[in-house]
Design a protein around this ligand. Sequence first.
Ligand code: DOR
Ligand code: ZN
Ligand code: ZN
Length: 433
Amino acid sequence: MTNTPILLREVRLYGEGEPVDVRVRDGQIAEIGAGLDADGATVVEAGGHILLPGFVDLHTHLREPGREDTETIATGSAAAALGGYTAVFAMANTDPVADTAVITDHVWRRGREIGLVDVHPVGAVTVGLKGKQLAELGAMSSGKARVKMFSDDGYCVEDPLIMRRALEYARGLGVLIAQHAEEPRLTVGAVAHEGPAAARLGLTGWPRAAEESIVARDALLARDAGYRVHICHASTAGTVELLKWAKSQGISITAEVTPHHLMLDDSRLETYDAVNKVNPPLRETSDVAALRQALAEGVIDCVATDHAPHAAQDKCCEFAAARPGMLGLQTALSIIIDTMVRPGLLTWRAVARVMSEKPAQIVGLTDQGRPIEVGEPANLTLVDPETHWVVQGDAFASISDNTPFEGLTLPGQVRLTMLRGRITAEEGKVNAL
Ligand code: DOR
Ligand code: ZN
Ligand code: ZN
């Protein structure tokens, strides 16, 4: 399928240097230079805004199949495109669980039909996410979806022997295992970070050690397997120290951090509003500072949203009964600007690294997170860094509206997203196939 050529007029590549024009044709970047002729192309006046490679989210919950009342592949894809994403990895904790190629291929096919973002299904590591028996990783990885990443996210692969086997199989297949690091014996009944705030409010605590003990263990398992492991949603200063140590030993370990863990802390618990309930929980200001520093220094490799839509009845209820999780796709960039770019911790060049290039490399996507150069696939995001907007959950493309950022004024907005040369979102509207 060919689309009309597009000329992005006056963009600043990675937010650097003088504005240039970028011509996109046949899904690729065809020409970059100053003052290019329209030459029949559709012209987008970009007004000096920042052009970045399209974002890649290694951690999204799309809820289809099973909870289409909270999100679907279609609505989640729209939220992703509006958030500047050109590829997302849809977690396996659906109903039924994505533990066979039938399910992973279905998710992949639906994503293709919708065409707003590349939806890569994540396969479960164990059958039914139960942690007892390895799922058929090989069948999923050789299916139509070519599953590249496996995770029991929502649950930890708790049994060290199963985790060891999973890494060994993953090595043979060349796929990624992503761990939700939570030692379940330490988090029985836990609903919030174990610290002074939870103690004061009478909430059962989720200690840092529950995450850190699994990060340490899995680093050692990766060392012995001679194969990489990826840590989902790092949330503590201790995890940062362990990642530093493991990397210094030459262990192949990568990690992501969520926008909410970079922005919010457990002072949010005061109101008992379950919109702030998330797993792992919001931690303390010292953890937030350590996570920011780690992302700036590359100890944490990338940003992932853990976009987790939930129905109102599962969020607007007593704290202990509420489900953990928050929306992320349409606020991620703005939170990164606020927490990392504005304070001088990341340049725009580095934003491209943590939101696009690194995640693509970690999971082995060869057509995303590419340099903005002639001949490369036109997966691009145009960002207006100056504007501000007020978060309103019910205005999001997601069916659910559980955002902890409701009412906040945030900096920066995605103006346009392009997937293989086709505009998927522009000025807050998606462009359906
Ligand atoms: O907060 C979370 N929500 N953490 C998880 O691990 C699962 C996720 C979900 O599926 O809602
Ligand atoms: Zn998780
Ligand atoms: Zn998750």
